[in-house]
Design a protein around this ligand. Structure first.
Ligand code: HEM
Length: 513
């Protein structure tokens, strides 16, 4: 029953193409065109791009062998092929069961839309999670739909409540000592396995995921959850959360980025995903209730500046605290683990950069200037999120075309960040470009500020940025301060599975200094 209701809310792609645009936006569109025709603005339909087949949409372009785009492994490859075939503005209709999309390759063009939309920015979330929160569990969530899935006034209301808590550098810094302890545990794990290179590489992403989960859970759930225990049983809350994080990505990829009829009936994968969200919510609630109990036992008479994120969230509302924990577990595990892998890989294949960083780590220099530059450079070359996204809420005229409301605008940041046009030696890992003087040709400020946006843009940008940066800085300082890292295999490859991921096997070698 729920499902049918949801289908009415979110029509399938071919219906979106046929009815929503013609009926809702085209009327506006036609009116608008009457006004702008004389100014030679081209209509939305004239934007070059993939031609859809009836019912199938443009999926045939992606089919291996017969598709015009071939078998693409990453969003980077997709954006490259589209750019080469169609130029700086490309339309995609009915892909991934979503609304029409337009890729804008000129930073000035998407800058214009992102800015004009930044009062109440809309970014469509995973539709399966939207369904879970707004339909299946509507009565539980009761209007508290989280940052990744809420839109309009509900998003604004939630973000306004949590912004002052997450964006205060002083508050985030309170976590330095706990995050250092967690990084020490990670370092110890690496050190124990130094003699066993195969083991390190086999378990590399799993161990790093445990570290990022342990770190973000400490912030979001208020206690150590014990991811590093040697004998984690299947029913251990830490083990359940590790499994949930993995399953969310796997099932979301299968349901939202591959053809799936989940909107018409509950497929087995869809049911599994709903159960995964249930388990994650239940575990988060248990931890949050425990944190609440401990705080009320201790009493609230401590200085405001010493209060933790969880305490401040609980002061807003218990449901907001659980929802925010759930968001952190969703958005703060793989993103951070991927970014650390990228930094370590780039340091491993650039030993002179690694030496320079180690020198800074061992010095008295507290600015961490070079470390921060290394992180920025790794996020430029390997951003975990390849593209930023906004859904238009009004009409725009961009690049000579009319773009109506309801269109997903994509900025291909990863693709642009690797273009010679924007960065000299774009595929080289050169952290210095983030710190050299203006007169130096490498100076990052020579490029448009919208080209590289690893944490997104404006008021809807990543709320966990400061936490992520702190976690990464602490871990990299510890690892590079004590270990030498090299890479002994062919260049690392990425693929896109919702987020960018590195392909296995890994070829890291760590040595004690
Ligand atoms: C290196 C690590 C990370 C990267 C590269 C990253 C990147 C991003 C990006 C690109 C967005 C979309 C922003 C936009 O649309 O403008 C985003 C949103 C978000 N991120 Fe992160 N993120 C990271 C870590 C984290 C962490 C650790 C947390 C939680 C503590 C987190 C929580 C969120 C949330 C809740 C949103 C949705 C914000 C909203 O819609 O208001 N992220 N992130």
């Amino acid at each position: 029953m729920y499902l049918r209701k949801f289908i009415e809310l979110v029509p399938p792609p071919y219906l979106l193409n046929r009815c929503i645009h013609p009926k809702i936006t085209r009327s506006k569109h036609a009116h608008h065109l009457n006004n702008v025709q004389s100014e030679s603005i081209k209509p939305f339909d004239a934007i070059p791009g993939l031609t859809p087949l009836p019912v199938l949409g443009p999926i045939h372009h992606f089919l291996p062998m017969i598709g015009s785009l071939g078998h693409l492994k990453t969003f980077y490859d997709l954006f490259k092929v589209l750019y080469e075939n169609y130029g700086p503005i490309v339309k995609l209709s009915g892909i991934f069961a979503r609304a029409d999309m337009v890729v804008l390759y000129e930073p000035e063009d998407y800058d214009q839309i992102f800015r004009e939309e930044d009062i109440s920015p809309s970014r469509p979330g995973f539709q399966t999670l939207v369904y879970y929160r707004t339909e299946l569990k509507k009565t539980i969530f009761d209007g508290v739909y989280g940052l990744t899935t809420a839109e309009g006034a509900q998003w604004r209301d939630f973000r306004t409540k949590v912004n002052p808590i997450f964006l205060k550098p002083k508050l985030v810094k309170l976590y330095t000592s706990a995050l250092s302890e967690i990084a020490d545990d990670m370092l110890l794990k690496f050190k124990k396995q130094l003699d066993n290179k195969n083991n390190i590489n086999k378990n590399f992403d799993e161990e790093l995921t445990k570290w990022s989960l342990e770190s973000v859970a400490y912030v979001g759930l208020g206690s150590r959850i014990g991811c590093f225990k040697d004998d984690l049983k299947e029913d251990d809350p830490a083990k359940i959360l590790i499994t949930c994080a993995k399953e969310v990505l796997e099932y979301t990829w299968a349901l939202e980025f591959r053809p799936s009829p989940w909107k018409y009936f509950s497929t087995p994968t869809f049911k599994k995903l709903m159960r995964t969200y249930d388990r994650q919510w239940e575990i988060s609630s248990v931890f949050i209730k425990e944190a609440k109990r401990q705080i009320s036992e201790r009493g609230h008479a401590i200085p405001e500046e010493d209060k933790s994120i969880i305490e401040k969230l609980l002061a807003v509302d218990e449901k907001v605290a659980i929802m925010m924990a759930s968001e952190m577990l969703l958005a703060g595990i793989d993103t951070v683990a991927f970014s650390v892998t990228s930094i370590l890989y780039n340091l491993a294949v650039n030993p002179e950069v690694q030496d320079k960083l180690r020198e800074e780590i061992h010095s008295e220099n507290a600015s961490k200037r070079y470390l921060k530059a290394c992180i920025k450079e790794a996020l430029r070359i390997y951003p975990v999120v390849s593209t930023n996204l906004r859904r238009t809420t009004k009409d725009h005229i961009v690049g000579g075309y009319h773009i109506p409301a309801g269109i997903d605008i994509m900025s291909p940041n990863e693709f642009l960040s690797k273009m010679e046009k924007y960065y000299p030696e774009p595929t080289q890992f050169i952290p210095d470009r983030w710190i050299v003087e203006k007169s130096n040709p490498l100076y990052y400020g020579n490029t448009h500020p919208m080209v590289t946006q690893p944490f997104g843009f404006g008021v809807r940008s990543c709320i966990g940025r400061r936490i992520a940066e702190l976690e990464i800085e602490i871990l990299i300082q510890k690892l590079i301060g004590e270990l030498k890292v090299t890479w002994t295999g062919p260049p690392i490859q990425t693929e896109t599975k919702v987020l960018n991921v590195f392909k296995k096997p890994y070829h890291f070698k760590f040595e004690q200094l």
